[in-house]
Design a protein around this ligand. Structure first.
Ligand SMILES: [Zn+2]
Length: 197
């Protein structure tokens, strides 16, 4: 099985960053996603799992180009043998908190994979972390009409790893413990999906 990691937005994408906190710290989503993507990629390579970052540059790569890159790899490897994972941080009103996973509309293999991500996140994140789910269709992922989920040929999940504009969530995200936990959610889920765990 081949894992395609999408590390999302680029350095110049507007917004997509936390406020500058009182201690001067700030989370930049493009940078954070790349850091986590590299941690996940190297952990998977160490396990002998084939993983590829579809965005190697720091600049903003359009969604259509990201989907095109993913589809080129997936068509070669076989779409059923691939899983695309898009790594993000959420933002809302500064008060919302917690973890989410999204798949495209309707039922597919992606929903099964998303449920595994959900269970791993629940097990790995500290007690009391809000697990945000949409249970209307019987599973915890949100059905979202996002291009990276819709226009990719292979199964695809998108994780929203806590809210960068929430002070508590962001402090945890920026801590070495938090960063390790976010990477671990992805690694453990993929190990499970690929039958290594
Ligand atoms: Zn994002």
């Amino acid at each position: 099985m081949k894992i395609l990691i999408d590390n999302g937005h680029g350095a110049e994408t507007p917004g997509k960053r936390s406020p500058v906190w009182a201690d001067g710290s700030q989370l930049l989503e493009w940078k954070y996603a790349r850091e986590v993507a590299h941690m996940v990629g190297s952990a998977l390579w160490n396990e002998g799992i084939s993983a590829e970052l579809i965005v190697r540059e720091d600049s903003d790569v359009s969604l259509s180009e990201r989907c095109k890159r993913a589809n080129e790899i997936a068509n070669k490897a076989g779409i059923k043998n691939c899983l695309l994972v898009s790594i993000h941080n959420n933002a809302a009103n500064g008060k919302a908190s917690g973890w989410e996973v999204h798949t495209y509309l309707g039922k597919s293999k992606s929903d099964e994979y998303a449920t595994i991500f959900w269970s791993e996140a629940k097990a790995i994140l500290p007690m009391g972390t809000k697990m945000r789910g949409d249970w209307t269709d019987g599973d915890p992922d949100f059905d979202s009409n996002f291009a990276i989920l819709r226009d990719t040929a292979c199964p695809a999940v998108l994780t929203e790893n806590l809210f960068m504009d929430n002070p508590e969530d962001c402090r945890y995200l920026l801590s070495s413990e938090g960063k390790a936990a976010i990477a671990k959610i992805h690694v453990q889920s993929i190990l499970k999906i690929t039958g290594r765990k």
